[in-house]
Every structure is written in structure tokens, then in C-alpha cells.
Design a protein around this ligand. Structure first.
Ligand code: GDP
Length: 296
């Protein structure tokens, strides 16, 4: 299960605190040291951990937890609030353009789950009574277009394609026109992924962006890849100005590093999390619920 190691370590720290009655400064320091180690072991970015612990220490001193009658609870409350803040505080909603269609560009490295997530997002929008159109813009990976078409058929959302002999920029442009002509209120463009970030890919994505002026550029990252995912996000964000991140594979045994670091490192909110291979395994991301889940 995701976050299992982190959750059990933190719960351990806090149960020790709760059992203590009054806390000495040394008790608090010891607990913070353990929280710090637990976060580092969960592959949370080093600087994020440092800032996080500093904030908790500051609040604990400010509230003078050593004078409290329920100091353990107070510390847990502080950590819970800071964890929630670290992940973005409140749910970050999907944009909705007042000049439909709302245009969403899906970007990411190969294997992160971009194409699958594109289908899931369309399904989610359809359930909310929207009329999404999918655009098959990955002309390089063999079978990427077919994969999207199969997904589209499964969820009964139309897929716009011009095959793999037309440039992705032209496909995106024609897809946008098709959406306007046919009353689609959301356009979701699946773009090419690569094994690594390269200039050519970024340039192509920048050109598509210029052509369709998206309301959202969502980066799909694999939570299982921890800090690598965060570095990928940082890189994409610097070049494309992402509007949000979708974390996939939270059904696996990810340690939690990506979920806890990506917002702080890039400034981009996590908008959705994917929790399985099935087409309805996508949900909005709630920082407070995630913090409570981690703290048990
Ligand atoms: P792309 O190359 O980024 O377009 O990746 P795909 O959408 O083809 O997904 C790569 C693999 O990851 C596929 O086998 C998907 O079924 C799988 N996958 C995607 N999202 C999830 C998820 O949330 N959980 C799990 N367990 N697998 C996922």
C-alpha cells in the first residue's frame, strides 16, 4: 500500500508522544528527528524536509507544547496542518474556460500513465455531464493512437485523429476546430512522451501550446519514481509552465516522496491522483485527506 512505511513510522513517533503526558524540549526534539528521518526515508526532497521540520519546530515553540496538558495531540495537529499545507492546502480544481472548449494538454514521460490518464480524465468529465473530445497527438509511439481509440470506445468518448503522418501541432489545431464545430466543452490533447526529457520534445510541446493556448497543462508523473518524478516535474514546469500535476500509481507501494515534494519544489498543485489501471481509477486530490491518511 502507498505510504505504508511513512505512515507507520509517523504513527509510531506520535504514539510515543501521546503516551507521555508533559513533554520536555528533548522529547519534542527527539520526535522531530524521527519525523525528519521518516520523511527522508520516504524519499521526500531534502530541502523540503528541512523547511518542513523548521516550520513545525517554530510552531511547537510558539505554542509552547511543553506547557500543554495534551502535548502529543498538539504536535500531531501541527504536523497534520503542515503536511496539508505542504501538499497545497485545498483541492485545486480543474480549469473551466468561459469560452468553451476548455483545452487541456496532457504531457509526461513514456510509461508514466499519460494515455491511460487522458482516458480517465475524459470519463470523469463525462460523468459530470461534460462533452469531452480526445485528441491523439502522440504520433511517435507505435500504437499510441490505437490505445487512445480503444480507450475512447470503451468510455464512449470520441477520439480525434489525423493518423501519424501529420504534425502534432496541426493535429491539435484541427482537433480544436473539430471540438468547436461539434459542441465539445472540453478538449484533452494526448501528446508524445519520451523516455527522457529532450529538447525536441519540449519544443514540440511548446509549439502545441502556442497553437491551442491551453487552459491546463497537466503533467502526468509516476508516484513510484519518487524524487525522479519531482525532478521531471521541475524540468517540465520550467519549460512549459505547468498548471498542475497528476500523480499515478498511488495504488502501488510508493513511499510518498513525490506526493509530498512536488508541490513545494515546483509550486504546481497536484490536481488528481490515479489509483489503478481501470478507467475509473482517477480522483481529485485533497491535501487534507492525504495528510490524515498518512497520519492515521
Ligand atoms: P504513457 O506512456 O505515459 O502514455 O503510459 P500508459 O498510459 O500507456 O501507461 C503505462 C502503464 O501504466 C500501463 O500499463 C497502465 O495500465 C499503467 N498505469 C497507468 N496508470 C496507472 C495507475 O494509476 N496504477 C497502476 N497500477 N497502473 C497504471
Amino acid at each position: 500500500m502507498a505510504f505504508e512505511g511513512l505512515a507507520s513510522r509517523l504513527q509510531n513517533v506520535f504514539s510515543k508522544l501521546k503516551g507521555k503526558g508533559r513533554l520536555s524540549e528533548e522529547d519534542v526534539n527527539e520526535a522531530l528527528r524521527e519525523v525528519r528521518l521518516a520523511l527522508l526515508e520516504a524519499d521526500v526532497n531534502f530541502k523540503v524536509v528541512k523547511d518542513f521540520i523548521a516550520k513545525i519546530r517554530e510552531k511547537a515553540v510558539g505554542l509552547d507544547v511543553t506547557k500543554s496538558f495534551t502535548p502529543g495531540m498538539l504536535v500531531i495537529d501541527i504536523v497534520n496542518k503542515e503536511l496539508t499545507a505542504l501538499m497545497g492546502e485545498t483541492q485545486s480544481k480543474l480549469a473551466r474556460s468561459n469560452k468553451p472548449p476548455t483545452v487541456i494538454m496532457m504531457v509526461g514521460l513514456q510509461g508514466a500513465g499519460k494515455t491511460t490518464t487522458t482516458g480517465k480524465l475524459a470519463k470523469l468529465l463525462q460523468k459530470q455531464n461534460h462533452r469531452p473530445l480526445l485528441v491523439a497527438g502522440d504520433i511517435y509511439r507505435p500504437a499510441a493512437i490505437k490505445q487512445l481509440q480503444v480507450l475512447g470506445e470503451q468510455i464512449k468518448v470520441p477520439v480525434f485523429t489525423l493518423g501519424d503522418q501529420v504534425s502534432p501541432v496541426a493535429i491539435a489545431k484541427a482537433g480544436l476546430q473539430h471540438a468547436k464545430d461539434n459542441g465539445h466543452d472540453y478538449l484533452i490533447i494526448d501528446t508524445a512522451g519520451r523516455l527522457h526529457i529532450d529538447e525536441e520534445l519540449m519544443e514540440e510541446l511548446a509549439n502545441i501550446r502556442k497553437e491551442v493556448d491551453p487552459d491546463e497543462i497537466l503533467l502526468v508523473i509516476d508516484a513510484m519514481t519518487g524524487q525522479d518524478a519531482v525532478n521531471v516535474a521541475d524540468n517540465f514546469n520550467k519549460q512549459l509552465e505547468l498548471t498542475g500535476v497528476i500523480l499515478t500509481k498511488l495504488d502501488g507501494d510508493t513511499r510518498g516522496g513525490a506526493a509530498l515534494s512536488v508541490r513545494a519544489v515546483t509550486g504546481c498543485p497536484i490536481k488528481f491522483v490515479a489509483t489503478g489501471e481501470k478507467v475509473d481509477a482517477l480522483e481529485p486530490f485533497y491535501p487534507d485527506r492525504m495528510a490524515s491518511r498518512i497520519l492515521g
